[in-house]
Ligand binder design. Sequence first.
Ligand SMILES: Cc1cc2nc3c(=O)[nH]c(=O)nc-3n(C[C@H](O)[C@H](O)[C@H](O)COP(=O)(O)OP(=O)(O)OC[C@H]3O[C@@H](n4cnc5c(N)ncnc54)[C@H](O)[C@@H]3O)c2cc1C
Length: 235
Amino acid sequence: MSFLQDTLSIFKKRELMLIEGYKESEDVYTFLFEKEDNLSWKAGQHGLFTITHKKIKNNTRALTVASAPTEDTVRITMRISANPSEFKQAMLELEPGMKVKMAGPVGSFYLKNNSPTLLIAGGIGITPFRSIMKQIVAEGNGIEQPIHLLYLDRKQSYLFKDELDAIANSPSISVTYLESRDELYQEIDTFTTLSENTGKYLIAGPKSMVDSITAYLKNKNIPKQKIKKDAFYGY
Ligand SMILES: Cc1cc2nc3c(=O)[nH]c(=O)nc-3n(C[C@H](O)[C@H](O)[C@H](O)COP(=O)(O)OP(=O)(O)OC[C@H]3O[C@@H](n4cnc5c(N)ncnc54)[C@H](O)[C@@H]3O)c2cc1C
């Protein structure tokens, strides 16, 4: 998606009606919204979501659309801790039938499957990869190059594990669940060697984690054009 398309898309605001919200794990919640027929996105992109049912400061957040465009809802999944921001408190107050605004979709964080690709998720950074993996399945698994998802979660709560395991049951897609940075770096090294520098890298998660993995890859002489990043602020 070009910069121009992103700019046009950002001005396209629409209201989305909540179907349901539920808890995924200890501090992670999913919200499912109705999807209008004329709304689509590329798997991995995000929207800018705005609270409208009450007045709060900083009422907008970038959030990945965690559903695939072929699914029939707009899904957002977010970490909400015990002491949430006003934005997240307002999200928790949403009842079915209430609305938020969404601008977008925007961003270039999506798959171009002409190279072996390593997807690297840290914790809540799994959201774009749920969408990407679901879309691969919806398109009939016709991928030309191997895709390997590395999912690092120190708490081992691994969101969407059942869905990911079902998708990974295919020769060109694999998922590895990891608990430590050392394990992650070993897996990255293996992929880099096997893909003989033809590989691409998509990294999503808390900004500090995305920054340190990017630095690790650059240190291994991976050119920055081969790395796409979605850095989540605030974690
Ligand atoms: C492309 C993209 C996709 C995202 N997808 C998801 C998702 O799927 N799920 C999810 O839970 N989160 C996602 N995020 C993160 C989300 O937008 C919020 O930043 C995060 O949830 C924290 O929000 P908060 O209300 O808890 O904290 P906040 O109150 O927003 O922020 C906490 C701290 O972060 C700092 N901060 C916030 N924004 C910025 C910024 N832009 N630059 C520098 N510092 C900043 C604040 O100053 C504050 O100190 C995504 C972010 C991006 C950029």
